[in-house]
Design a protein around this ligand. Structure first.
Ligand SMILES: *[C@@H]1O[C@H](CO)[C@@H](O)[C@H](O)[C@H]1NC(C)=O
Ligand SMILES: *[C@@H]1O[C@H](CO)[C@@H](O)[C@H](O)[C@H]1NC(C)=O
Ligand SMILES: *[C@@H]1O[C@H](CO)[C@@H](O)[C@H](O)[C@H]1NC(C)=O
Ligand SMILES: *[C@@H]1O[C@H](CO)[C@@H](O)[C@H](O)[C@H]1NC(C)=O
Ligand SMILES: *[C@@H]1O[C@H](CO)[C@@H](O)[C@H](O)[C@H]1NC(C)=O
Ligand SMILES: *[C@@H]1O[C@H](CO)[C@@H](O)[C@H](O)[C@H]1NC(C)=O
Ligand SMILES: *[C@@H]1O[C@H](CO)[C@@H](O)[C@H](O)[C@H]1NC(C)=O
Length: 252
């Protein structure tokens, strides 16, 4: 931890100038980059929303879907990570929040950061849709959950409580180049299956010779070569246009 202190200090300074957020758009429940006696492993590891209960200072977000921006590099050990973005509907669940967070908004994707140390980097997904086959009305409450899966399989959570509004509602905060952009330090990769088997099939997946039995279900593809950033892949899949503006957030 000592070796990362100077970098954390830099990140801290950057955060102060970008409103201290990890979900930079549309906001978050509160600063959960905290380790203390209540959260000895760190707040963000707490399911479902990184240690904060449901908030009442909801932000407005479009009924047709909208932008989500986040900074995934606040902790050590996330040279790569998997990102999930889910929606929980309503307030009928525990703690006045949603009953569950089981509604994915985008396909999971991998981030490829510059190093295993904390890094400055922002991801903008400008057109995140509602979960498949769902509709909402203006005034409905919901919670957006961002999950970051570390290389050891544990998950960091952060949420923002929202109220849906018509897309042109002036209460929806502007999406612009200072709160939603893609840093050029970040790479991305699709997460996809190379070998599949039906759930009822024998658990042997054979590759090559008859004597070789390998269970290899997932392949984490398109790792960055040192000189090329595979920026395109996940955006193609999501139908999004990346806005690569470099490390603007570090200098604003
Ligand atoms: C809600 O209030 C908390 C505490 O003041 C703040 O940290 C957080 O950013 C606010 N969230 C939104 C979405 O405004
Ligand atoms: C730890 O931080 C959280 C979030 O600020 C706070 O709610 C909690 O009371 C703190 N615990 C201690 C022991 O300070
Ligand atoms: C949505 O949340 C706000 C703030 O917590 C609350 O005042 C309002 O009654 C909620 N609306 C519904 C439909 O639950
Ligand atoms: C999750 O909550 C929704 C209501 O928001 C409900 O319709 C759905 O059945 C729940 N799903 C699971 C898996 O519990
Ligand atoms: C959405 O609805 C379509 C048509 O009914 C169905 O084929 C698809 O599996 C549904 N998707 C999800 C995620 O439920
Ligand atoms: C970007 O939008 C936010 C509201 O989300 C606003 O506070 C900020 O001033 C805007 N920045 C610029 C440069 O327009
Ligand atoms: C899977 O492995 C078992 C035990 O090695 C073998 O009996 C079976 O025939 C294999 N099934 C297939 C579909 O290869």
């Amino acid at each position: 931890m000592l070796s990362t202190a100077p970098i954390l200090a830099v990140l801290g300074a950057a955060a102060l100038s970008s409103a201290h957020t990890v979900i930079t758009y549309p906001g978050w429940r509160g600063d959960n980059l905290i380790t203390n006696d209540t959260f000895p492993y760190g707040m963000q590891w707490m399911y479902p929303c990184g240690g904060y209960p449901t908030t009442t200072n909801r932000t407005y977000w479009p009924t047709t879907g909208g932008a989500i921006a986040l900074q995934p590099g606040w902790f050590q050990g996330h040279a790569t990570a998997f990102m999930y973005i889910n929606l929980g509907f309503g307030t009928d669940g525990p703690d006045g929040g949603p009953p569950n967070m089981s509604n994915p908004m985008v396909s999971p994707f991998q981030i490829i950061g510059p190093s295993a140390n904390p890094y400055a980097g922002t991801i903008c997904l400008p057109e995140v849709p509602l979960p498949a086959n769902t509709t909402v009305s203006p005034g409905d409450n919901a919670t957006i959950q961002v999950v970051e899966i570390a290389k050891h399989g544990a998950a960091l959570f952060s949420c923002v409580d929202i109220t849906f509004a018509e897309p042109n509602d002036p209460r929806i905060p502007d999406v612009n180049a200072s709160n939603c952009f893609n840093s050029n330090v970040m790479g991305f990769a699709d997460v996809y299956t190379v070998v599949t088997r039906e759930s009822s099939a024998y658990p042997n997946v054979s590759s090559g010779g008859a004597s070789t039995t390998i269970t290899r279900f997932w392949y984490f593809g398109k790792h960055a070569a040192a000189s090329s950033w595979p920026l395109a892949s996940v955006w193609n899949v999501l139908g999004l246009v990346p806005m690569v503006l470099g490390l603007v957030w570090m200098v604003v």
